[in-house]
Each structure stands twice: as C-alpha cells, then as structure tokens.
Write a protein that binds this ligand. Structure first.
Ligand SMILES: [Zn+2]
Length: 306
C-alpha cells in the first residue's frame, strides 16, 4: 500500500515530550508557540514582528492593537480544545499503526463525540494539503480514472493523477491527485499548473484530449519501456483504501480531502523519519490563512475547474 507511513524509525520524539503534551497545557503552548513564531510573535493581521517573549495563548499586537491567539488563522482557528490533544492527534496521525479513521482517533484521544473526531481529521487533512504542495517533477506520468468512493452509493467520481519516477533509479516518487468534474484539456491544464513542475517530461494516455494540452513548458514523452501504468494502479488503490478504511462512507463532496491525505502519506514516506513527517504536518496546521473548512468542502468541485 502506498498509504503506509515511513518505517525507517519509530517514535523519535522523546517520550517525555509526548507525556508533556498529555499532562501540561503550558508545555504544549510553549511547543506550538516556538514552532509558529521561532523569532517571536508576528501579528497575523498586520504582520508586525515582535521581539521574543514568553509563550502566551492570547496576544495583543502593540502595533495595530488587534488581539489574536496562538491558533488565529491556522487550521486550529477557533478551537477551544486542549492544544496538547491536538499535538497528540497530529503525532498519532504520523505514527499510528492502526488505520486512520475518526473512530480510531476518538478511541485514542478518549473523545466523547465521534463528530469531533471526524471534524478534527478533516481539518488535519486540510493541513496535509497545505503542507504537501511540492509538485511532481522530472519524468511524470499523467492518468485519469473513475472511482466509486462509497460502495453503498452508485455515484462515481473522476480523479486525475500525476506520478513522478525518480531517475535514474526508476523508483516511484511523489504523486498528486485531484477530483475533477470532466476531463478536458482545460481541466487537465489547471491540474498540471499546481501538480507538475514546468520543464518536466510528461507521458500521458494515448487519448486525443491529452494531445490538446496547453503544455506551458512541459514536453510530452514516450512511456519508459518498463512502464507499469502507475497512475491507474494508484487511483484503483485509492478506491480500495476508501472502501476498506472508511467503509464506503466517503462522499464525493469530501473526496478531495481524502485524496490529499492519500498523496500526503505517499509523499511523506520519502522523508527520512516520522519526526520529519510530524514537522511537515505541523507546518500545514500552522500555515497562515487556510480556507475555512465549510468553504473548502462547499467549493470542492468549483475550485478545481477553470
Ligand atoms: Zn498587528
């Protein structure tokens, strides 16, 4: 499976650190504060850089006077939950040997509400998308296929995928995926703008629509002799994963978040260890001005189209 996390090292963060997150909100705040503002508090509104100061959950900017908090304009914006629980959830997501599902997260954090666990996971999937933005480069295969995200519902979704091959070793590299409404030269080009780095060599299925691409500094190339149609296998793998882990419960409206998780897991397996994966995901969590969750899911289809 491409969705497994790297197995090169296990739990490199000291156990005391994780224990501190469980027991001490002050320690969790200090950890997050340093990760977000290593040079000192920077106002999320006027971007004024303040000198280093003791960590605080609520801050008032001395330049614009605007109050803000450690979570303002991040994925955690507005959350009243314990910061340590969030850190544990992020670490669990990067290291769990059980399947990543809302039910398992609910058990892990002893949350009373399944809905809370489900919402947390959706937000962390948004963080994965914010963190994992590096496009595929070099030799890249492009492909598109239908998936059935929920086996109980007969509605299929169209998924386009890019998969790089790391040369000269010829080993699988980064992948990108997007849910699209229709396969046209325009939707493919929109996908390519963020999914594939200019200057890459692209090989595509032998269909007329791919010959009409606005290639913007991409060159079409022949598939390598040992080519195994990786994008088709990946999209099939997504469908199997959705139905196995999520029991056919993923709707098309939320599909992009799950594709983002699938790609993050594949791509972060190229990192050296779990701590690197954790730090990458934390970057996504703390990234400034993410799209509000409601906006993300309600505009899922529209934002992917030209
Ligand atoms: Zn300010």
């Amino acid at each position: 499976m491409h969705v497994q996390m790297p197995q090169t090292k296990t739990s490199p963060l000291p156990e005391q650190q994780q224990q501190q997150w469980c027991e001490d909100e002050t320690g969790s705040l200090a950890f997050l504060f340093h990760k977000r503002w290593p040079q000192g508090f920077m106002c999320p509104y006027c971007h004024w850089q303040h000198p280093p100061s003791p960590p605080s959950r609520i801050l008032v900017c001395s330049h614009c006077g605007h109050p803000s908090s450690i979570t303002t304009n991040t994925i955690l914006h507005g959350s009243k939950k314990d910061l340590g629980q969030w850190l544990q959830a992020i670490w669990w997501l990067c290291t769990a040997e059980t399947e990543i599902s809302a039910k398992n997260l609910q058990r892990f954090l002893h949350l009373t509400s399944y809905q809370t666990a489900w919402t947390w996971l959706q937000k962390l999937r948004m963080a994965m998308a914010a963190a994992d933005t590096t496009p595929c480069r070099g030799l890249v295969e492009l492909g598109c296929a239908l998936v059935l995200p929920a086996w109980e519902k007969p509605q299929q979704a169209l998924v386009i995928a890019a998969a790089e091959t790391i040369q000269p070793a010829g080993i699988p590299g980064r992948i990108r995926m997007s849910a699209i409404n229709i396969l046209t030269a325009e939707t493919i080009t929109t996908f390519l703008r963020t999914a594939v780095e200019p200057g890459s060599s692209l090989f595509t299925p032998d269909l007329p629509v791919y010959q009409q691409l606005d290639r913007y500094d991409l060159s079409l190339t022949e598939a390598p002799p040992d080519h195994l149609h990786r994008t088709g296998e990946l999209i099939k793998e997504v469908e199997v994963w959705l139905n196995k882990v999520h029991r056919g419960g993923v709707t098309i409206k939320h599909l992009q978040l799950y594709l983002d998780e699938f790609c993050f897991r594949n791509n972060s397996a190229l990192l050296p260890d779990q701590e690197a994966v954790f730090n990458l995901l934390l970057q996504g969590v703390l990234a400034n001005k993410p799209k509000p969750y409601r906006e993300l899911v309600s505009n899922q289809q529209e934002r992917r189209l030209p």
